[in-house]
Design a protein around this ligand. Structure first.
Ligand SMILES: Cc1cc2nc3c(=O)[nH]c(=O)nc-3n(C[C@H](O)[C@H](O)[C@H](O)COP(=O)(O)OP(=O)(O)OC[C@H]3O[C@@H](n4cnc5c(N)ncnc54)[C@H](O)[C@@H]3O)c2cc1C
Length: 633
């Protein structure tokens, strides 16, 4: 659905207000993004919002300006937008963020705009690496059959498929994304988001309070992730074993599963050469005398050079051991069939047993008949698929954990070039266990223009542009919160996943503590100006301790609610959690969906709660064990 002509007209003025130096067709590019949003309800809401913005009555009420937006002067438009950005009314902030994110990210991911702020863009063309996997082409309505059909090819799906194929099973893997390998990694941000991230990178919770980043490509999150490979922490294993009545998490069997996947991925700590960002982090932590350590990474022969910061858009060297070049390749070599661009709509459940799936591959219908179905679409889409298929367990979609992430950012004297160097190399667990294993980690992450555009407050076009122009000197301390209280995945009338999540009061206390500590780290590292990704532009120049305290007071006044502070989730977990009863969980200890024969889940959604560490290795260990169980039946 495209925007109505009236909404299109307002969008032109909005784009010119948010980014006055944007390309002539910026509004057209944004309109195309709106038209491709997965939910019809979101598209309709944006259309309505844009039309409301042109209502005299609405503007009089909210901004004291009895004018349609399109007839305001440039100053009046800016005043109006600022009012929406910083409003006390959550719906107005949500509306503003939708427009700000779409417009500024679209602008700064175009090569010309990025170059203008000192960002070089891709460092040369991609290599001509051949594609070792041959996906099955679907060129007409098709029915296939196999022993086990696996939905999703990420950390969970890839490992389970390889394990089952190794056990001699006839396996079909169905992946919604396309097959892109080294030869396709253009390292253009706009292209990478559009082709390898779910919903083109614009997925968010229903109130837009959290940006949801997840992979949607063959190999799933493992292709675009940051290679950090922590094993499941002992405290978390104990919690899952004892609190959730799942003793296998404390078993030797589970330890062996962790060891097996770490071995296949070549996890090591020999590739932790600090990037410019990491150097700032380490300097600050050492000054504070706080913990820091080398990150274990799933890389082989990673050069840890300038190009490595681009590996969130795919590793061109083939150093990152994604499932694409490990488990899926293993599975394909053992005869597993792989179908890409395949959106699984429904698991077929007949007389209490899963007998296959129904999917769309472009214009064609694909049915797969199977003795078992393994759902591994990730923690947003696995529960959505089960809900669409008529599974009605009370815990389904609930308890969703997101590891809400944010950062304290800083303007440094010298260039940091935060998009370059080892993708992640160091971390700190100084505050990882503030209360029964809950707390936060410090890590850094590469900052390309899109992330800076999301993070930089917009109270005026000039203020936002000034932060963008300081990208090369920007450093950050990333905060990864282990959230104790979760959200929920549901489906709308069309069966599209909707993510509801509100940061709990408990988790917010940890977040505030994290922000204070991260600011101290940046001060100790020599930051000149410290800021937060808030709706309000609240920053300070380090000086006496009181200066930081005054800043914190201003941060409190700016608010901690949705769209007052930017939160991003890179880790979605626990929405089909494993447990001991059908009342409190979705799968049993053997990955079986309660009450349905032949239906399994094997991805991050089965975590009983948040893992507290970057989850990939835990997902893989769980999937490794699941493959053994399913093959044995
Ligand atoms: C930018 C980024 C950086 C990250 N960095 C790290 C890191 O350094 N270390 C770490 O441990 N973790 C990291 N993660 C998280 C990690 O990648 C995920 O936790 C992990 O991949 C989850 O595994 P999964 O199998 O649950 O889902 P995924 O790996 O996301 O795989 C799910 C797949 O299923 C497909 N799918 C979904 N629905 C359907 C459907 N209906 N039909 C067909 N296919 C479907 C999706 O397209 C996707 O490819 C990062 C994530 C992101 C986004």
């Amino acid at each position: 659905m495209s925007l109505s002509p009236a909404a299109r007209n307002v969008l032109r003025s909005v784009a010119a207000t948010l980014v006055p130096d944007g390309a002539a067709d910026l509004d057209e590019q944004v309109a195309r993004k709106i038209a491709s949003l997965p939910r019809a309800a979101d598209r309709a809401e944006l259309d309505l919002l844009l039309r409301l913005l042109d209502s005299r009555a609405v503007n009089l009420l909210f901004s004291g300006l009895a004018l349609p937006f399109t007839q305001m002067s440039a100053d009046q438009r800016e005043q109006c937008m600022r009012g929406w950005a910083t409003s006390r009314v959550p719906q107005r902030r949500k509306a503003f963020q939708a427009l700000k994110r779409l417009t500024t990210v679209t602008h700064y991911t175009t090569p010309g705009a990025a170059r203008a702020i000192g960002y070089p863009g891709p460092l040369g063309p991609p290599p001509a690496t051949p594609k070792p996997i041959r996906p099955v082409p679907i060129t007409a309505d098709t029915t296939l059959s196999c022993d086990v059909v696996v939905v999703g090819s990420g950390a969970g799906g890839g490992v389970v498929a390889a394990g089952l194929a190794a056990a001699g099973k006839d396996v079909i893997v169905l992946e919604k994304g396309g097959y892109r390998n080294e030869a396709d990694f253009t390292h253009q941000e706009g292209d990478a988001l559009e082709t390898m991230y779910d919903a083109g990178g614009v997925l968010a919770t229903s109130d837009l309070g959290l940006v949801v980043l997840q992979g949607a490509t063959l190999g799933g999150g493992t292709v675009i992730n940051y290679t950090t490979s922590f094993p499941t922490p002992e405290t978390v294993r104990r919690e899952w074993a004892r609190k959730h009545d799942l003793p296998h998490f404390e078993s030797v069997e589970y330890t062996r599963a962790l060891e097996a996947v770490a071995r296949r991925l070549g996890v090591n700590t020999d590739h932790a050469k600090p990037s410019g960002r990491d150097q700032v982090l380490i300097r600050g932590l050492e000054q504070m005398k706080w913990h820091h350590g080398l990150l274990p990474r799933d890389v082989r022969g990673c050069p840890q050079d300038e190009e490595c910061g681009y590996c969130g858009m795919g590793c061109r060297r083939g150093a990152k051991q994604s499932t694409l070049i490990t488990y899926l390749k293993d599975a394909a070599q053992r005869g597993a069939r792989i179908v890409v661009n395949c959106d699984v709509r429904r698991v077929v459940i007949e007389r209490g047993a899963a007998t296959g799936i129904e999917a769309r591959v472009g214009p064609h219908a694909l049915s797969v008949r199977a003795k078992a179905v393994v759902v591994a679409g990730g923690s947003v889409h696995s529960p959505a698929l089960l809900l669409r298929s008529g599974v009605t367990l009370p815990a389904l979609g609930r308890h969703l954990a997101l590891h809400p992430a944010t950062a304290v950012l800083a303007d440094m004297e010298r260039d940091v070039r935060p998009w370059t160097g080892t993708v992640q190399a160091h971390y700190s667990d100084e505050f990882a266990d503030l209360d029964s294993g809950y707390g936060f980690k410090f890590e850094t992450a590469p900052v390309h223009p899109s992330l800076q555009a999301l993070a930089a407050p917009w109270e005026s076009a000039a203020g936002h542009r000034a932060r963008m122009a300081r990208l090369p000197q920007t450093a950050l301390v990333g905060i990864l919160l282990r959230d104790r209280f979760g959200g929920r995945v549901r489906v709308d009338r069309e069966g599209v996943a909707v993510v509801d999540y509100r940061l709990s009061r408990y988790d917010r206390v940890h977040l505030r503590r994290a922000i204070t500590a991260a600011a101290e780290v940046l001060e100790a590292a020599g930051a000149r100006d410290i800021w937060l990704p808030l709706a309000r532009d609240v920053s300070y120049r380090p000086g006496a301790k009181e200066v930081r305290q005054e800043w914190l007071r201003q941060v409190d006044a700016a608010g901690w609610g949705p769209n007052q502070i930017l939160l991003v989730t890179f880790h979605q977990m626990a929405s089909c959690r494993m447990g001991a009863t059908a009342r409190t969980s979705v799968v049993d200890a053997e990955h079986r969906v309660w009450g349905i024969r032949g239906l399994y889940v094997a991805d991050a959604s089965v975590f009983p709660s948040a893992s507290g560490v970057n989850p990939m290795l835990t997902v893989m260990a769980i999937a490794h064990r699941a493959a053994g169980i399913i093959a044995g039946r």
